[in-house]
Design a binder for this molecule. Structure first.
Ligand code: SF4
Length: 349
């Protein structure tokens, strides 16, 4: 899950950029390269004292620490309960083996007809476009996903796209990952070219946490490319707490909107982070201020190593009812759960 450098992936057709656009591209890639990669580095930056750093940094659980500076900058100094810190700091509990919490809770391996493709919904298919993210979220439902066995290069995508080309009912391709926006423009734009060449596909959906954790990724070159696509482009960002939204995130969302991209958000309900009605209400309001509609609020999956974040269905329903009582309907996300083998998400009412 550690980001590849451009040198580690095969060469792609070059995108011609203006000097200003080139500087923008260098900026986000440099920020990504300079991400914090150890608990100690993160905790030192947050000015914890030496004893706390020793106590809190001893828990790396085989899923590496990865935190962009732009995200760490929004954490409160020396606050061990900071809701952003808790999303990215490894905890000793991750090492516990708890019955019912498994490595592939959604049984994605069963719906993997070609490496890198998850094809379980009618009319839509998900392409694992990248084998890495810009951040490693401790609760991630794909933290055990075998990215190394899945495709990341252009030639390997072509095998996946050849599989998808045979499905004439396919109207929408979802780029997920890993995080598709963690790819370089050369890689991403080449993939978009190939998707646009599938005549039956009408919509492109990009699932990305980068507008939130590394807003510098939303460059003018990216926005121009999305604006010029023949496809309707939807971006589903991933934000769990209002503290994650700063002016840089708002600017990034505004640029995407100006490029004609429809913006939705999905959150995960996480104990200790956002599993209280005030946090969820503030999140919905903050998203709307940024031009993003709250879309899904997911109950957490039974992922091995994430049980300390778990929130029950009943707790989720109570919180959702409180949101409904205090917010207009368009600010209340749908409470959902993914269940293995289901042809759609399960709506929790
Ligand atoms: S950005 Fe998404 S896919 Fe990547 S680690 Fe976080 S939750 Fe998982």
């Amino acid at each position: 899950m550690i980001p590849e450098t451009a040198a580690q992936v095969e060469p792609q057709a070059q995108v011609i950029l203006s000097p200003e656009q080139n500087a923008e591209e260098q900026r986000w890639r440099q920020q990504l390269a300079q991400s914090l990669r150890t608990p100690k580095a993160l905790l030192e930056q947050l000015q914890f004292d030496a004893q706390k750093i020793a106590e809190m940094s001893a828990n790396d659980q085989g899923f590496g620490t990865l935190v962009p500076q732009a995200y760490a900058n929004r954490m409160q100094p020396a606050d061990p309960q900071d809701p952003l810190l808790l999303q990215v700091l490894p905890q000793a509990d991750e090492g516990l083996s708890v019955p019912g919490f498994v490595t592939d809770p959604l049984a994605e391996a069963e719906f993997n007809p070609s490496p890198g493709v998850v094809h379980k919904y009618h009319g839509r298919a998900l392409l694992v476009a990248a084998g890495h993210c810009a951040i490693n979220c401790r609760y991630c439902f794909r933290r055990h996903y075998p990215y190394d066995e899945q495709q990341r290069s252009r030639s390997q995508w072509q095998a996946s796209l050849a599989h998808l080309a045979e499905d004439m009912n396919l109207e929408e391709i979802i780029l997920s990952g890993g995080d598709p926006l963690a790819l370089t423009n050369n890689m991403l734009f080449a993939l978009l070219d190939e998707i646009e060449a599938l005549p039956q596909v009408q919509r492109l959906r990009i699932h990305s946490r980068l507008p939130v954790v590394l807003p510098a990724r939303i460059t003018s070159a990216l926005c121009q490319r999305l604006a010029s696509s023949r496809l309707q482009v939807v971006m589903v960002i991933h934000c769990n707490h209002a503290q994650e939204i700063d002016t840089d995130v708002e600017d990034a969302c505004q640029q995407l909107q100006a490029a004609g991209v429809s913006l939705l958000n999905q959150s995960v309900l996480l104990d200790g982070i956002n599993a209280d009605s005030d946090s969820l209400i503030d999140l919905s309001k903050g998203l709307f201020n940024a031009g993003v509609l709250p879309y899904y609020l997911h109950l957490p999956d039974h992922v091995a190593g994430t049980q300390h974040f778990f929130v029950t269905r009943e707790q989720g329903q109570k919180l959702h009812s409180k949101m409904q009582a205090q917010l207009p309907g368009y600010l209340v996300p749908r409470l959902v759960k993914e269940e293995p083998g289901m042809a759609h998400k399960t709506l929790i009412i």
